[in-house]
Design a protein around this ligand. Structure first.
Ligand SMILES: Cc1cc2nc3c(=O)[nH]c(=O)nc-3n(C[C@H](O)[C@H](O)[C@H](O)COP(=O)(O)OP(=O)(O)OC[C@H]3O[C@@H](n4cnc5c(N)ncnc54)[C@H](O)[C@@H]3O)c2cc1C
Ligand SMILES: *[C@@H]1O[C@H](CO)[C@@H](O)[C@H](O)[C@H]1NC(C)=O
Ligand SMILES: *[C@@H]1O[C@H](CO)[C@@H](O)[C@H](O)[C@H]1NC(C)=O
Ligand SMILES: *[C@@H]1O[C@H](CO)[C@@H](O)[C@H](O)[C@H]1NC(C)=O
Length: 484
């Protein structure tokens, strides 16, 4: 029972729908009518099924449905919705594409979920300035499809086809971050509706410069704010020229240590890799099955290089020397677009490949990030801990950034197993902190890592964050229960 209670406190139990029986925490009829007056009645729903769909993300956190879902059509409506909710003391939860892995959209106190996907315009494209302005309904793939013919692309690529504003909200990254940076490096300006309805342009309206030294970095404050400070209604993003040529490669290693040593050595030798991803043998096996690959079942690196034909030849040669020095085998290059795409699609689908190992089970993903010199140590240790824990897990990582995920399978009906997963995840988080890293490289704090955040930033760090939160959201109505 104690275990069960603890699991409930962690917000894990049960995933199977509690939602339909969840009490309607009561928005008055008058309030729902006021929402309808802002967005039009077809764009408001209080139906149980709709609320349930908006009360969960892709994580194993249980569903907490909001009391109502609204679909604003433009920023003016978002402003009026926020002002209305705020004046009535109703919680507001921004909703992107719901692919988050930390329960970010769970409506812990009910309230109004704002599904922003109807706002899906690309408002402005400035090819010469390498910038674009997108609304919250635009996903990373939709943007890249739009950019296809203009020689530019947006490199930040979480496995899921997430909304770009949601990615800004979580400080997301992906496989290209080692070369092109994360959302933190690629957001230039944000348009934000503050909780009271006012409109903020974090870098000044319409501005899209390469650099600035003008005052506090408000853009940086909203990147990674996870919907707790305001609703992002558009993002100005940095674009990059499409590489002239691209080559991908896979290679298998005799041990985790050898694969990670290769990574560290490649970075130290300043080989300009665009992607360098690690998959352990469990993950590799899962990907072979799920994505019909034919890779050796061994610790593996997926690599990619971008540049001119000439530069590529040199990069490849240097990478091969380093991996061979670490006893890599099965080196295979993929030059054709189709073959590369097969490889990276498999990598992006690693989460689903892992879940497919045990139908009916749920997944939990840890997300620590450490200084690159500590990566071999923590990876090898995690692998040993995983074996000793008796849990089913696999490791996949953006190792070029010192960031990796230990994915864990859990039986949603087993409170004891849930507790073991929680303990494992917390211990791993603390180990990363001890190595001067962070408990989350890219998924965010959400519901489950608030304690670790406190330990990470310390009392004054936390107090400063709390003060910022109170200043922007004095009534605590923006996505309550997350981050702090
Ligand atoms: C298969 C798979 C692979 C993934 N791989 C990666 C990866 O490699 N790297 C990575 O970083 N993440 C990864 N993720 C996690 C997820 O895709 C990212 O966290 C993504 O940024 C979430 O975007 P979203 O639009 O789905 O946000 P949601 O899940 O809708 O919301 C996430 C949080 O952001 C807030 N939010 C969303 N939109 C807004 C907005 N417009 N304004 C204010 N707040 C907002 C929400 O309130 C919530 O707190 C993966 C997820 C899956 C399912
Ligand atoms: C949000 O709204 C869009 C557009 O109507 C819809 O396609 C999407 O499924 C909604 N999200 C959820 C979780 O239902
Ligand atoms: C401010 O933060 C944004 C988003 O993290 C970042 O892209 C930008 O470079 C930062 N600006 C400065 C001047 O540091
Ligand atoms: C898979 O790889 C093995 C050796 O690596 C090879 O013998 C076999 O033909 C391959 N199968 C397919 C379907 O490509």
């Amino acid at each position: 029972m104690a275990l069960l209670l603890r699991a409930v406190t962690w917000g894990l139990l049960p995933w199977r729908s509690h939602c339909s029986s969840a009490p309607q925490r009561g928005l008055s009829k008058g309030f729902v009518e006021a929402l309808e007056a802002v967005v039009g009645s077809p764009h408001v729903s209080t139906a149980a099924a709709v609320r349930e769909h908006h009360g969960r993300d892709e994580s194993m956190y249980r569903c907490h449905p909001p009391d109502a879902v609204v679909w604003p059509q433009n920023v003016d409506q978002v402003s009026r919705l926020a002002a209305l909710c705020y004046s009535q003391g109703v919680a507001i939860i921004p909703f992107g594409t719901g692919t988050g892995l930390e329960g970010g959209v769970c409506a812990l106190q009910g309230g109004v979920c704002v599904n922003l996907t109807h706002m899906d315009r690309i408002r402005e494209l400035n090819p010469e300035d390498f910038s674009v302005v997108v609304e919250p309904g635009v996903t990373r793939k939709a943007l890249n499809t739009h950019l296809r013919d203009c020689g530019l692309w947006f490199p930040v690529d979480p496995g899921a086809d997430a909304s770009l504003c949601g990615m800004a909200a979580t400080g997301a990254s992906g496989t290209n971050a080692v070369r092109y940076g994360t959302m933190r490096d690629n957001v230039i300006n944000l348009e934000v509706v503050l909780p009271d309805g006012r409109l903020l342009h974090t870098a000044g309206q319409g501005r899209h410069f390469k650099k600035t030294a003008a005052g506090y970095n408000l853009t940086g404050l909203f990147v990674g704010s996870e919907g707790t400070l305001g609703l992002i209604t558009s993002a100005t993003l940095r674009l990059h020229p499409t590489p002239e040529a691209t080559v991908a490669a896979t290679c298998a290693f005799p041990s985790v240590q050898a694969a990670v040593d290769s990574t560290v050595q490649m970075l130290q030798a300043a080989v300009p890799v665009a992607r360098i991803e690690f998959l352990d043998e469990v993950m590799m096996d899962a990907c072979n099955r799920y994505s019909k690959l034919n890779c050796s079942v061994a610790p593996t690196l997926f690599l990619e290089f971008h540049g001119s034909e000439q530069a590529l030849a040199e990069q490849l040669q240097r990478a091969e020397v380093i991996t061979q020095h670490n006893r890599a085998s099965h080196f295979s290059w993929a030059k054709e677009a189709e073959e590369r795409s097969r490889l990276w699609t498999a990598r992006h689908n690693a989460w689903y490949a892992f879940l497919a190992l045990a139908p009916g089970f749920k997944g939990y993903s840890t997300d620590v990030c450490v200084p690159i010199s500590k990566l071999p140590e923590i990876l090898v240790h995690t692998k040993e801990k995983l074996k000793a824990s008796g849990l089913t897990g696999a490791i996949v990582g953006h190792v070029g950034d010192g960031n990796f995920h230990c994915l864990l399978l859990v039986n949603p009906d087993d409170a004891e197993e849930l507790q073991r997963v929680k303990t494992f995840a917390e211990e791993l988080g603390r180990r990363a902190l001890a190595l001067r890293g962070t408990c989350t490289g890219e998924h965010g704090i959400g519901m489950g890592k608030r304690q670790l955040l406190q330990e990470e930033v310390g009392p004054v760090g936390l107090e400063t964050m709390q003060q910022l939160k109170v200043m922007l959201d004095p009534r605590g109505l923006m996505n309550p229960g997350k981050v702090l």
